[in-house]
Design a binder for this molecule. Structure first.
Ligand code: NOJ
Length: 560
């Protein structure tokens, strides 16, 4: 297995709107980020992934880009951005930018042109189809945000495709000129000195010829067309072309966001010799609490499912590809609230989940606030929510006859806004995020959970993350060791072994508040052992063949 800097990195994701506001307009900005770079350096991360900061009408908080080459005014200027890059590099950190090229905003110049006439030179940059004979949509695909994936365009009398909101028209990657424009844009940013890209829904860019109808479920008006646009027929050609024309000329990292991707497909995307991407974001492990009717249909996590899923990915990609490791991002509710205990055992839980993830094989991602043990929020009314997906689903579930109470319960558990409340810096008003009125309310628990408290407490979640990150830098086994699940059928403990050269790492995590007994499998022999991390005060124990775990306890041993 080849060594690489991006395999040894720990990435921190910034959602700029909610990170830090420097000018009291209630919206996070670039100068705010610059003011917190020392904080990130202290955490020990070495790469920052910045969610979109480009010009955008903000229908989907920047994931609807109207100009790829300029900075959103609310966030600052290109000069601010250049200062940010310089300050990041000055601290020996790297910056990867979000690349959103499955779609643009409908306010992008290309679309403004394209929609004016069928003869416009930009017309074919997007995906157009004639109405059916009765005037209805060309196929039955649903948008990922609800409703139809098609929008009628009066000027040309036909429909355009939008897999997300109608203000996010899908680009037509079959058009070579469009692809070249995108590559030129990517080079423009790379030449400015950035260190890579996170690629938004990049496995959606190739659609199956003919755009066939999806399978309609009973009682539904629209169907998922995902079978016809995930890992479509030309996806590998496009990514290899992108690699050849752009990425291969720079020393950068790439991570492709890929809803629905399987481990087998992920190997194709990330195998080194195929020259596509370095790693993908897969979604299996963040869908384990979805019921049969999807995300809003709540179901508790079954630990066995988590073991099965994460182990499958660890083993399948093994030496053939590379994994990304994440529990949180701007689209996911806080893992601490969904998969562990955000109440009585919040601190132990946050550290336990971090241990499980950071000791695995792959590149770990920390999402802002995760290192503080930030939790989900439960705003009382829908008017406090801002996310386009949440607002749409509220209407949809109401139309389906759900009660207000049921809807809000689902939203409290699953809304993307759980991850988007402002970063909790201190116990000051608005958590120190802004001196103005925040664009979305702060989680009321900020007086207890905030960075200032964490930094003042040596036992905090923050310092535990710092320690896990440092351990990764000091122990190659954490980066490169093989993974093997142990105690497969234990109902409460998730434990695994990493192996590298003559060393082994033993990771033990209790997922519940009981006191289960850990028993070391008999075939694991060693001469010496060293406790590398634990979320309780633990004495170096003479014998680890059998012991009782505390609620949500986690331990990491290095065995020799
Ligand atoms: C995935 C992004 O992470 C999400 O925030 C966005 O809404 C969709 N892609 C559409 O760009």
């Amino acid at each position: 297995m080849q060594k690489a800097w991006w395999k040894e990195s720990v990435v921190y994701q910034i959602y700029p709107r909610s990170f830090m506001d420097s000018n009291a307009d209630g919206i996070g900005d670039i100068q705010g980020i610059i003011s917190k770079l020392d904080y990130l350096k202290e955490l020990g991360i070495d790469t920052i992934w910045l969610s979109p900061v480009y010009e955008s009408p903000n229908d989907d908080n920047g994931y609807d880009i109207s100009n790829y080459l300029s900075i959103m005014k609310e966030f600052g200027s290109m000069k601010d951005w250049e200062e940010l890059l310089m300050e990041i590099h000055r601290r020996d950190m790297r910056l990867i930018m979000d690349l959103v090229v499955n779609h643009t905003s409908d306010e992008h110049e290309w679309f403004i042109q394209a929609k004016t006439s069928k003869e416009n030179p930009y017309r074919d940059y997007y995906i157009w189809r004639d109405p059916k004979e009765d005037g209805s949509e060309p196929n039955n695909w649903a948008s990922n945000f609800g409703g139809s994936a098609w929008e009628f365009n009066e000027e040309t009398g036909d429909y355009y495709l939008h897999l997300f909101s109608k203000k996010q028209p899908d680009l037509n990657w079959e058009n070579k000129k469009l692809r070249e424009e995108i590559y030129t844009m990517m080079k423009w940013w790379l030449d400015k000195g950035i260190d890579g890209f996170r690629m938004d829904v990049i496995n959606f860019i190739s659609k199956v010829e003919g755009l066939p109808d999806g399978e309609l479920k009973p009682g539904k008006q629209y169907a998922s067309g995902s079978k016809y646009y995930r890992t479509g027929p030309f996806i590998h050609d496009y990514l290899q072309e992108m690699h050849r024309n752009v990425l291969s000329h720079y020393d950068v990292m790439t991570v492709g966001e890929m809803p629905g991707v399987t481990p087998e497909q992920a190997i194709d995307y990330t195998a080194e010799e195929r020259n596509e991407l370095n790693m993908v974001f897969q979604f299996e492990h963040v869908g384990l609490d979805n019921g049969p009717n999807g995300k809003w249909d709540l179901k508790p996590l079954n630990l066995h499912d988590l073991k099965k899923s994460l182990s499958r990915w660890q083993e399948a990609l093994g030496d053939k590809g590379w994994n990304s490791l994440y529990f949180n991002n701007h689209d996911q509710p806080r893992a601490l609230s969904r998969y562990a205990d955000d109440g009585r055992y919040r601190i132990q839980s946050a550290k336990m989940l971090a241990t499980l993830l950071h000791m695995m094989k792959g590149t770990p991602y920390v999402y802002q606030g995760e290192e503080l043990g930030m939790t989900n929020v439960a705003f009382e009314t829908i008017t406090d929510y801002r996310d386009i997906e949440t607002l749409r689903v509220y209407e949809e579930l109401r139309n389906l006859g759900w009660t207000e109470e049921m809807i809000m319960m689902s939203i409290h558990a699953k809304s993307r806004d759980n991850a988007r409340t402002p970063m909790q810096w201190s116990a000051d008003e608005n958590a120190g995020f802004t001196t103005g009125t925040p664009w979305i309310n702060v989680n009321p628990n900020y007086q207890k959970i905030n960075a200032e408290n964490e930094l003042n407490n040596p036992e905090s979640v923050f310092y535990y993350y710092q320690k896990l990150i440092r351990l990764r830098k000091q122990n190659e086994i954490i980066v490169y060791g093989d993974y093997k699940l142990i105690l497969e059928y234990h109902p409460e403990i998730y434990a695994y072994i990493r192996t590298y050269q003559d060393k082994r790492l033993l990771v033990i995590c209790n997922f519940y508040e009981n006191n289960p007994a850990f028993e070391l499998p008999r075939d694991i022999h060693f001469m010496t052992k060293q406790l590398l991390a634990s979320n309780y005060e633990t004495e170096e124990q003479s014998d680890i063949s059998r012991f009782t775990l505390q609620p949500y306890e986690a331990r990491v041993y290095l065995l020799n």
